[in-house]
Design a protein. Structure first.
Length: 93
């Protein structure tokens, strides 16, 4: 279950990026729940995941274990990178 603040931030971010001509795919509630489960598993159990995200008008990815999640800012720390939840386009094991 995603925090309402994260869902709102993701929606706002997607609208801004769409205006800039960058398309971020829509994410349904089930996929958000899967992402949250994968992040939590990585954080608690040390499992490795890959996060695909938008940065500098490019799709990038970071693989590793999640070191920290900041719920107040919506930031994820993985592989030495700080990724904003609103920039995430996919998370997989």
């Amino acid at each position: 279950m995603m925090l309402p603040e994260h869902v709102e931030a993701l929606a706002r971010h997607n609208k801004v990026k769409q205006k800039e001509g960058i398309k971020i795919p829509s994410v349904d509630e089930q996929e958000l729940e899967l992402w949250e489960r994968l992040i939590k598993q990585s954080l608690e159990l040390g499992t490795e995941i890959t996060i695909t995200y938008l940065a500098d008008s490019e799709i990038k990815s970071a693989s590793g274990t999640v070191k920290r999640v900041d719920g107040s800012t919506g930031m994820i720390l993985i592989a030495g990178k700080r990724i904003e939840m609103g920039e995430v386009v996919g998370i997989k094991e």
